[in-house]
Unconditional design. Structure first.
Length: 284
């Protein structure tokens, strides 16, 4: 292939020919879905470069940024999930995947702090291990679309502490805290103790934090508790419950808040809060 552009000529036509050649190079892709996704990505990337007359300097900078984003941080994350989150892409994919099941609890993005296989806990356990904070009691039920209880569902819970940090961000903690796995009882119920989650700045010291600073965006998420619920024969639900009245509900930096997931964490006479919630999960 000979590039037909030369100094002084407008590059558009040469780029079109190049784009066609690149697209053709994927013709041997066996899986049609893979072929569709990769060729459409190439089409959009080429057109992005052309429409913005992207310079080598800018693209080099972008590659440095993406390289940084992929590096593992001290708290064992890489920031691609976070980048997808702050660009709203995680929430777009969440909507595409999960908004087609009306009679169930809405899903919400997974985020970067889920750790596979959290420690199993008994009903009534305090998952905060006595960390400071406003005491929280959670009473939840898992039901199906018809409101029938789902016993034996696996319910993973994780949240940040009073200062907005997850355990994996706190090197002085040894072992998991503010994360646990419960199994619903024969009536589909679970209950545990914890502390009220706080508004939370996503990690601001990495490349994604740098991006937010450069564009003048704040790094905060509205206070939330994460849940992942699985049961045989049912669709897995990944969601978050947001504290009604909490900060940043309208400007959550990862666009993760859905109205139906903003719920009362009801103040109790003893100063604690009560979260009483029924999760509805769909049948497969
Ligand atoms: C979080 O705690 C979170 O839940 C998401 C979705 C993104 C960044 C930090
Ligand atoms: Fe979170």
């Amino acid at each position: 292939f000979l590039h037909r552009a030369w100094r002084g000529q407008r590059p558009g036509e040469a780029v079109s020919a190049l784009t066609r050649q690149v697209l053709a190079s994927f013709a041997g892709t066996e899986d049609p879905r893979t072929h569709q996704l990769i060729t459409d990505l190439v089409r959009h990337l080429h057109s992005y470069a052309v429409r913005n007359d992207l310079t080598e300097r800018e693209w080099t900078r972008a590659i440095e940024f993406l390289t940084d984003t992929g590096h593992i941080t001290d708290d064992k994350r890489q920031e691609f999930v976070l980048l997808s989150d702050v660009l709203g892409l995680s929430s777009v994919v969440d909507l595409l995947t999960n908004s087609r099941t009306p009679d169930t609890t809405p899903s919400a993005v997974l985020g970067p702090f889920y750790v596979d296989g959290p420690p199993a806990a008994e009903h009534g356990a305090d998952i905060s291990d006595g960390l400071p904070g406003t005491p929280l009691v959670v009473r939840a039920r898992v039901t199906d679309e018809a409101g029938e209880p789902v016993p034996g569902a696996v319910v993973d819970v994780w949240q940040s502490n009073e200062d907005g940090f997850y355990d994996v961000q706190l090197p002085e903690l040894d072992g998991p805290v503010l994360r646990a796995r419960f199994h619903t009882d024969p009536l589909g119920r679970l209950h545990f103790r914890s502390i009220l989650p706080s508004a939370y700045p996503i990690p601001a010291d990495g490349p994604v934090g740098g991006l937010l600073a450069e564009v003048g965006r704040h790094p905060y998420r509205a206070p939330h508790v994460h849940f992942m619920i699985s049961a045989p024969g049912h669709r897995r639900l990944v969601t978050q419950l947001f504290v009604r009245g909490g900060e940043y509900l309208d400007s959550d930096t990862v666009f993760g808040v859905k109205d139906a997931l903003v719920v009362e964490f009801t103040p109790q006479p003893d100063g604690s809060r009560l979260l009483d919630y029924e999760f509805r999960i769909g049948r497969l």
